[in-house]
Design a protein around this ligand. Structure first.
Ligand code: GLN
Length: 312
């Protein structure tokens, strides 16, 4: 088998020439202006070896990938009581859909659709000021990646706020059911800022290390979550990480993953690697077109799918 270094370089070269690059999100200028020609990949192995290619050090808007980190933080703060207010089933609906909330009494299907992530943001906010909750999320992600240069892009956060009518509707709807405890504008302030986190593939792959290594940050040896909790977060990423495209992603890639409309995907090969890819063009479900293709090729060449007899 070719070395992992070569596999990563080959995939980046293949993606550079790929003709079908998907469609860049255009609901805010900060995303719409990104060149669809960009592609980056970073793979960090269990022993810490890092392989990078393309635009792996270029920060981009991580958007919904932040939901993995906010879920981890909220579980740490309130534990499994979180599941009283958020479900654990795939929704089969778009990331910003409202339809199921009416019949399901304002309890979102899972923490990775927008409604679920807004409830999680409400839990992190609790009795704090939004600026403190936002600072807590930023500090958490910086410590996971061991990199204090990670920042929140205020321009993106502001634009999310100005155009976030659906998210505002979701929040108000859940508040009417009593499943949002804080004023909606405060909770959404937290949610919009976490979506505006800017990180590179390299930083993201480092931040995801604890999910590869049974809850331990492999770079520092610090326990972030229990092994059971890491396994469960991975399970949710596999079943819900790409909304109504989660089945397709499991079928093609076979790894827990979380996408964002900025074009990033964090994927975890448990025990093997933490992987981040970025290409801004999206498929119709809001997952990076080339990011998913790159991950598909990576698992084909490494055998890392959790469904391979030797994988997982
Ligand atoms: N900021 C986006 C939203 O709330 C995040 C969605 C996503 O990345 N899927 O609509």
């Amino acid at each position: 088998m070719a070395s992992l270094e070569m596999i990563v370089a080959d995939i980046a070269a293949e993606m550079a020439d790929a003709p079908d690059r998907g469609t860049v999100a255009d609901y805010i200028p900060g995303l719409a202006e990104i060149d669809s020609g960009r592609f980056g990949i970073a793979v960090i192995e269990a022993d810490g070896t890092c392989h990078k290619a393309g635009d792996a050090d270029e920060p981009f808007s991580i958007q919904s990938i932040s939901k993995v980190f906010s879920l981890t933080l909220a579980l740490g703060a309130i534990g499994d009581r979180l599941w009283d207010r958020v479900g654990r089933e795939p929704s089969g609906s778009a990331f910003n859909s409202i339809v199921q909330l009416e019949t399901e009494s304002g309890i979102p299907r899972n923490p990775f659709i927008n409604a679920g992530a807004i409830v999680v943001a409400d839990m992190i906010l609790g009795a704090h000021e939004p600026i403190e909750a936002i600072g807590e999320i930023l500090r958490f992600v910086r410590s996971l990646a061991d990199d204090d240069s990670i920042f929140i892009d205020e321009r993106i956060a502001r634009a999310e706020q100005e155009t976030g009518f659906r998210n505002i509707a979701l929040a108000n709807y859940m508040r009417a059911f009593g499943n949002l405890r804080q004023p909606v504008e405060r909770t959404l302030g937290v949610y919009f800022h976490q979506c505006a986190l800017a990180m590179s593939c390299h930083q993201l792959a480092r931040a995801g290390g604890y999910l590869m290594a049974g809850g331990i940050n492999p770079a520092t040896g610090h326990s972030i979550v229990s092994t059971q909790r890491a396994r469960r977060i991975n399970a949710l990423m596999m079943t819900c990480g790409h909304y109504d495209g989660s089945g397709e992603f499991a079928f093609r890639v076979g790894l827990p993953g979380k996408s964002g409309v900025g074009g990033g995907i964090l994927a975890i090969a448990p025990g093997k690697a933490s992987i981040a890819v970025w290409s801004p063009g999206l498929n119709p479900r809001g997952t990076s077109q080339l990011g998913a293709l790159a991950l598909e090729r990576l698992v084909q060449r490494t055998g890392w799918s959790v469904f391979e007899p030797s994988g997982g």
